[in-house]
Design a protein around this ligand. Structure first.
Ligand code: G6P
Length: 367
């Protein structure tokens, strides 16, 4: 049956709003809510024996991989190599025997990612894939298939596939942590509880749609926009900048908040909106001092944080968007929503073709 937009103006908008449902649907295959355990669909190798993970992907899927690197290292203490598929293929990577190579792709057909997968397979790595199309080449060639259940994604700019990838990767990182003896029963149950809350938190984030639509009028006139984040929310800053570039054609850059003073700070003036992604937590104070550096140069800040964060640092911002208070393992999923809505509404203000942005393809099956 043809996929319809229903009451939505664009597929991208529909797909953004589907996220609570499809993330819940995806998590269902990875969590046992009665036992409060994480569980993978099918697995016939010993995770506790894996000492290195190599993550390879392109585009938005690469940023999901970047979040996963933070999670794997922080929660499971497993070292992770991460690369764009187009770089990985040609840089003669050193692969550790017995390693796991993890490929992330909505389509399962991106040419560079598929070539990287075949290279790793030939080198004897165990191949795991997080893909949204279960009949795809990558799905067929993997040892371990970790499907996302986002359903068909029509908008060229990936949204719901991304949050579903994060959901799978969070469960996978937690599973590794359990197998590596880093999460006891109680801590595992706690993680599962937080993951089960993700769909409700996504809904809470979506409730800010009107507010973000109004705010988009402040972003639309900009020539450049800077996104800042730290830790697992740094990749979200990169994803935010990518989304804005893709569909609104505004130049945007994502940066690690602490690295801003080594370059991008030179760009800051009243005309450059700076979008800060900063859930409250151990890194928050550091980001607040980066915000002060921006403010001292006349920069206009949009702060995306939770209640505690906004109470502390919301004053003097051009705009603020309040996210629910969430566990660090859920924050990147939840903060993806405002990032997507900012791009979507800014593109709407500019009147660009949101679902079919110029020069871009949904799936890049040629080099
Ligand atoms: C294209 C799409 C992006 C996507 C990337 C990777 O550039 O426009 O939205 O993130 O390919 O695609 P994949 O199917 O491998 O996730």
């Amino acid at each position: 049956a043809a996929i319809e937009k229903g009451n939505y103006r664009h597929f991208m908008q529909k797909e953004i709003f589907e996220q609570p449902t499809v993330v819940a649907q995806t998590l269902r295959s990875y969590l046992r809510p009665v036992e409060m355990q994480v569980a993978l669909p099918q697995i016939d190798f010993d995770i506790s024996a894996i000492d290195r993970v190599t993550i390879v992907a392109c585009g938005t899927s690469y940023y999901a991989g970047m979040v996963a690197k933070y999670w794997f290292e922080q929660f499971a203490r497993v070292p992770v190599d991460l690369d764009f598929a187009s770089e990985f293929r040609y840089r003669e990577p050193v692969l550790q025997p017995g390693g796991l190579a993890l490929f992330i792709s909505q389509s399962g057909e991106t040419a560079d990612t598929l070539a990287a997968l075949r290279h790793c397979k030939a080198e004897g790595q165990t191949i795991a894939v997080v893909v949204n199309v279960p009949t795809s080449s990558m799905a067929r060639e993997a040892d371990l298939l970790l499907p996302t259940h986002a359903g068909p994604e029509i908008g060229v700019a990936s949204t719901k596939a991304f949050t579903c990838q994060l959901a799978v990767l969070a469960a996978l990182a937690a599973h590794f942590a359990v197998k590596k003896g880093r999460l006891d029963r109680e801590a595992e149950a706690e993680v599962v509880r937080h993951l089960l809350e993700a769909p409700a938190s996504l809904n809470a984030a979506l409730a800010h749609d009107d507010e973000i639509a109004a705010m988009a009028h402040l972003i639309a006139p900009a020539r450049d926009v800077l996104y800042l984040g730290r830790g697992p929310d740094f990749p979200l800053a990169l994803e935010g900048a990518l989304k804005l570039k893709e569909i609104s054609y505004i130049h945007a850059e994502g940066y690690a908040a602490g690295e801003m003073k080594h370059g991008p700070i030179a760009l800051i003036d009243e005309a450059v909106p700076v979008i800060v992604l900063a859930p409250s937590g151990p890194l928050f104070e550091k980001t607040v001092s980066n915000m002060q550096e921006v403010r001292a140069r006349g920069g206009k800040i949009v702060l995306i944080s939770d209640k505690a964060g906004l109470e502390e640092a919301g004053e003097g911002c051009m705009a603020t968007i309040e996210m629910p208070q969430v566990h660090p393992l859920i924050a990147p999923l939840v903060y993806a929503v405002p990032v997507q809505l900012i791009a979507y509404h800014t593109a709407s203000v500019k009147g660009t073709d949101v679902d079919q942005p110029r020069n871009l393809a949904k799936s890049v099956t040629v080099e």
